[in-house]
Design a protein around this ligand. Structure first.
Ligand SMILES: [Zn+2]
Length: 343
């Protein structure tokens, strides 16, 4: 199995985010990628650089005005007298009408839904290359690799068609899924990050060709709060093609694996041609976000169960933050997955 990654993903180095109203060091830092790459290689994965597939795979998921915004906003922002170094919203329109502001400040409010997504000079380049890891890994799968790991950083699953949030700018898992759709009519996305994949849900919410399934800490008391509830089941032709499994805080391996089995049954019933695993490692018991309590060994068992589907599989890195177990958890997942996956 290969790990797809390039150093350009480290140019995005966000300094701060607001936590309970207070500025805190942003935990989505380049060192995450160093640790995950080392762990992937120690688990036997071969490193490959992503190719540049152009902007079309990004445009298949994100609106043109959002892509233009991400690309240009930092330069525009610097022209505002006394503006902050990093682009940060100071307006949060809960309900946006059809109008699109011309002002940079207005557009930041329109496109960035929380304070976890500062945009610096290197953000666009890193987010774009992060997405390219998913595109490259999806192509590896299309070309016959049974599975491939995209070390996507910054992560993506909170980003919707036109909205950044929760450290995410471009939705790498959704972008990878769309590449897989070029061959496989039906693709399932299974999100095991501790946070609900609200961006991914939003992107495919009215579609029956991509099943979205997410296991996550119950949003009644956990980010992203407004999405991820069991009653959100899809809309229109997509009704029944979104499956949320909100979990009580602190859930441990045994109970989690039972819920995972329900999720996998649903994926199996959808009969997809390929699978995308949105692999957050922040469900770990030692992760700073403290949402669930999965052990390092638990990740091996999660990998084992998912591999049991025996589907062509694109694994996309989502969350998982600096803590002693971060690398070991990835290695454990990969090992559990590879031992079972026969393709
Ligand atoms: Zn997360």
């Amino acid at each position: 199995m290969k790990v797809i990654y390039t150093e350009a993903q480290k140019k995005h180095y966000p300094k701060n985010f607001l936590s309970s109203g207070a500025p805190q060091p942003n935990p989505e830092i380049p060192e995450r990628a160093d640790r995950l790459l080392a762990a992937a290689q120690s688990a036997g994965l071969t490193h490959k650089e992503p190719g540049d597939f152009g902007d079309a795979p990004l445009a298949a998921v994100h609106t043109p005005e959002y892509l233009q915004f991400l690309q240009r906003i930092h330069t525009r922002w610097q022209r505002i007298p006394e503006a902050s170094d990093e682009v940060m919203p100071n307006i949060h329109p809960a309900r946006r009408g059809g109008a699109y502001p011309l002002s940079a400040v207005g557009q930041v409010g329109y496109h960035v839904c929380d304070s976890a997504c500062p945009i610096s000079a290197g953000t666009w380049e890193s987010a774009r290359w992060s997405a390219m890891t998913a595109v490259q890994a999806a192509h590896e799968v299309l070309e016959g690799e049974g599975a491939c790991y995209a070390l996507a950083r910054p992560p993506g699953h909170h980003a919707s068609q036109d909205l950044a949030g929760g450290f995410c700018y471009l939705n790498n898992s959704a972008i990878g899924a769309e590449v897989l759709r070029s061959r496989y009519g039906r693709v399932a996305i299974l999100d095991v990050d501790v946070h609900h994949g609200n961006g991914t849900q939003e992107i495919f919410y009215e579609r029956p060709d991509v099943l979205t399934v997410s296991l996550h800490a119950d949003p009644v008391r956990f980010y992203p709060f407004f999405w991820g509830h069991a009653a959100e089941r899809g809309k229109g032709r997509g009704l029944g093609y979104n499956y949320n499994l909100p979990l009580p805080r602190g859930m441990t391996d045994k109970d989690y694996l039972q819920v995972l089995d329900r999720a996998l049954l649903r994926v199996g019933a959808f009969s997809p041609g390929a699978l995308v695993v949105a692999l957050g490692l922040d469900a770990y018991e030692g992760d700073p976000f403290q949402g669930l309590a999965i052990t390092t060994d638990g990740f091996a068992r999660i990998g084992d169960r998912i591999a049991g589907l025996q589907l062509p599989t694109l694994i996309v890195q989502e969350g998982g933050y600096l803590c002693d177990g971060l690398g070991a958890n990835l290695a454990s997942f990969v090992q559990g997955f590879r031992d079972k996956h026969k393709r």
